[in-house]
Design a protein around this ligand. Sequence first.
Ligand code: DP6
Length: 372
Amino acid sequence: MHLYIGVYICTMNINDFLPKAYTHTLIDDSVSYEAPSNIALIKYWGKHGEQLPKNPSISFTLSNCKTTTTLSFEALEEELDEGYDFEVFLDGEPEPGFEPKIEQFFNRINKYIPFLRQYRFKIETSNSFPHSSGIASSASGMSALSLCLMQMENLMQPNMSIEHFNEKASFLARLGSGSACRSVNGPLVVWGSHESIEGSSDLYGINYPYKINEVFNDYKDTILLVDKGEKQVSSTVGHNLMNNHPYAVGRFEQAFEQILNIIPILENGNLDAFIHLVEREALTLHAMMMTSSPYFILMKPNTLQIIEKIWNFRRETEIPVCFTLDAGANVHVLYPESHEQRVLDFIKNELVAYCQNGHYICDSVGSGARKL
Ligand code: DP6
């Protein structure tokens, strides 16, 4: 019998994220945060309402793949009636291409961050991974920007608790991009309410609250960059195709069950069971894409070549290495640190040939965002 049976789920509601009266005024200054990317083990695919997930998901927070953002602000003489006054820079260069997504984000969070129209903002951002790597920067980027805004709010309301700060940062990040709400904390984050995960919420991500076997503490994720091109189908379009999807109900039920299944695995470190669950989730995600209307395929021939090589290597060596996929062709190779050398040799000898320009990124599980 496990202790997690019958726990309560979180009762926070959106009104808890409306700000209380500010006690301090800010004129001009800047704040900086670094936020990591994350890779889901149980996938979020399907949303409703205002960025609410159809099922709970759980992810490893990464360490090396991250976004660093500095938000500089200057009080305007008069509050704007509409729109926002901001400019965005990527690696020091103006990046107007990011503006529509940030404007949409500001529109969604305006009622929770009511000072957005009172300042002129300069958002300077850079990613540790190449822009063209096919790794989405939306999770780490939206998380870093949300944390900067929360840092501003914290300066205006210094008696805020650290719990509220993190919850609200994740709450805001979700409104920028769903998976971004899992990029505030670490090493394992749950987003989406589930009756067996204490404190879980559809509104923000929480640190996984139960025992984690030490094998997962320094788990490795080597990201094989199979295709660095722009995605043909955006995540938002893909999520929407889960509405009226013939297999959606079954998929959402399965994801709820997978959360139940992963709890003992995370505790006892049963890697055979972990591998089965993680690979099944990755393939189910892509099966949903292939069976929606319109249907689409984000995997490339090299994605399948890599999967087959991983399966052969695992069978021959009994090394517990597995793969997962996000909404693209790149392959995340997951394995315990104790097997790092053997797996890296295998990647260099057998998998690099399937990566675009031989590129891959070595990452591992991390502990969450950091104030700079
Ligand atoms: C396949 O968070 O990018 O990576 O909420 O529309 O911004 P939006 O979607 P996004 O979806 C990520 C989907 C996924 C699975 C996951 O990370 O759980």
